[in-house]
Design a protein around this ligand. Structure first.
Ligand code: BGP
Length: 507
């Protein structure tokens, strides 16, 4: 296994600080299965995936259940069973313990806890499932890190008000968040409100590629992200005012960022790369740390909207009250980082008349062919990109009045379908990225409080189904037993977590 990596990185020994919270992650729809648990006995006519039943007591369909069921022919896989973690969460926790992990990041399924989305029905089964999961983790000394929105809103909310494009979603999310804080608040110290608003909103609400399959080109991603920022901020204030005094705890969100490396020293390529970082991470982080969208983004989208004859910018704006609400409303910045792209300015003038967020960004972005790629087509192994990303964050926000710590909430390697338990490529990926992280902390003095590997288990990947394997744990989908087995790469984490003989190196 060869890659072009920074040779200096290889020489640095791990000096990851003891305070770093190291763990692994999952998300409800990708692992739980049990998509209609406890509703099976309801009469067919009363409840089915596309007509949620008001009398239903337990799990109702999320937008992902609807998406995969409607497209069954196209995508044979779905999350009906997935890794069956709803029934096998003890097996998952056993794996975390074997790995010596300090934390487990998982998400709550909103329609499992609140089948009607609101408080009219509160599922006992749903509540018990997460309560048992959290209690067992805590008894095992593993910190629960809980995501509230990992993309699976109740499908009924998509149908009746347009989901994240609707007027009701911000308040609806806050009813759910308050219920969650009230129910689990005394047991959880780390909360993530949103996961990757940009990738979810762009794929789900602008280009219609993933659930809920909405194609509102040019506006959908901006409005969806806007609502997610406001929903996060309101939940943060509720937590800050009403729950933090009781429980302490920290509330963040996870933003994904692919590092954009300029293709050359030419000014236009350097500008294009910077534009990518601003449209990528600045879009999400600036509102919380600087109180508004990046000026560059506001200018570009307003200008393109004007050219198209629109009366106002396609990028929504924050009112003065909104600005007060969002600034500082985050306790840490979650970063999901996988890879790096080579970015340059387009050679020809843009003649496209399509108004889209891609055209607003207006760059050429490629993955370098000579770098080793993961089976996830566009993910190249580039550990220094993590270090550059952390440097970019530090430089952009160190003079902000508000500059919270960073929590790496996802980083990982997607292996191919035939991977099995022998995964040397993943060992290489994690060992080089962890070394890059060690250098960032020790040499660049970035303030990183945690590092979470994606993923604990092989799961249903949004883009690759069960064919892309991110797990530290192999799940037997082929033999349909769904039994778990640690992969070879688990040895690396055992070592990082101090469980192995320090004289033996596995990587
Ligand atoms: C992130 C998601 C994860 C996970 C991961 C792998 O975008 O937060 O849920 O799926 O990426 O990516 P993908 O499934 O696109 O290969």
């Amino acid at each position: 296994f060869k890659t072009e990596s920074d040779p200096a990185v290889e020489k640095v020994l791990y000096t990851l600080p003891a305070y770093l919270i190291i763990g692994a992650a999952s998300a409800a729809y990708q692992i739980e299965g049990a998509w209609n648990e406890s509703a099976k006995s309801a009469p067919e006519t009363e409840c089915n995936p596309f007509h949620p039943c008001s009398a239903r007591k337990d799990k109702s369909p999320s937008i992902w259940d609807a998406f995969f069921h409607q497209r069954r022919q196209l995508y044979p896989e779905n999350g009906d069973v997935a890794a069956d973690s709803y029934h096998r969460y003890l097996d998952d926790i056993a794996m975390l313990q074997e790995l010596g992990m300090k934390a487990y990041r998982f998400s709550l399924s909103w329609p499992r806890l609140l089948p009607n989305g609101d408080l009219s029905v509160q599922s006992e089964d749903g509540k018990n499932y997460y309560m048992n999961l959290i209690d067992t983790l805590r008894n095992a000394g593993i910190e629960p890190i809980v995501t509230l929105h990992h993309w699976d809103i109740p499908n009924s909310f998509q149908q009746d008000d347009g989901g994240w494009l609707g007027n009701k979603i911000v308040d609806r999310f806050n009813v759910y968040a308050d219920y969650v804080f009230k129910t689990f608040g005394n047991k959880v110290k780390y909360w993530l409100m949103m996961n990757e608003p940009r990738s979810f909103c762009t794929s789900g609400y602008e280009f219609g590629a993933i659930a809920p399959s909405i194609a509102e080109t040019g506006t959908g991603s901006y409005l969806c992200v806007h609502n997610q920022i406001l929903a996060h901020a309101k939940a943060w204030h509720n937590y800050n005012d009403n729950y933090r005094p009781l429980y302490g705890g920290l509330v963040g969100s996870s933003f994904e960022i692919t590092y954009a490396q300029a293709a050359s020293d030419k000014a236009e390529d350097i500008e294009a790369a910077e534009r990518s970082m601003i449209f990528g991470l600045g879009w999400l982080a600036d509102p919380f740390l600087k109180g508004d969208y990046p000026q560059l983004m506001k200018d570009v989208v307003a200008e393109n909207s004007r050219k198209a004859g629109l009366a106002q910018s396609r990028l929504p704006s924050f009112s003065d009250d909104d600005k007060k609400l969002i600034r500082g409303a985050i306790d840490f910045i979650g970063i999901n980082h996988y890879t790096t792209s080579i970015v340059s300015a387009p050679v020809l003038a843009d003649t496209s008349t399509v108004q889209s967020s891609t055209n607003d960004l207006n760059v050429i972005s490629v993955t370098k062919a000579s770098w080793t790629h993961s089976a996830r087509y566009s993910f190249a192994v580039c550990p220094w990109g993590l270090r550059m990303t952390l440097q970019w964050i530090k430089a952009r926000y160190e003079n902000s009045t508000y500059n919270p710590p960073v929590f790496i909430t996802e980083n990982g390697y997607g292996g191919s379908e035939d991977e099995g338990t022998d995964d040397p490529n993943r060992v290489f990926y994690y060992s080089t990225y962890l070394r890059a992280l060690a250098r960032s902390i020790n040499e660049d003095n970035v303030n990183v409080i945690g590092y979470i590997a994606w993923a604990l288990q092989d799961n249903l990947e949004w883009n690759g189904g069960y064919r892309i394997k991110y797990g530290l744990t192999y799940v037997d989908y082929k033999g349909k037993t769904l039994d778990r087995q640690l992969k070879y790469s688990s040895k690396l984490f055992k070592e990082v977590n101090g469980l192995t003989d320090p004289s033996k190196k596995y990587y």
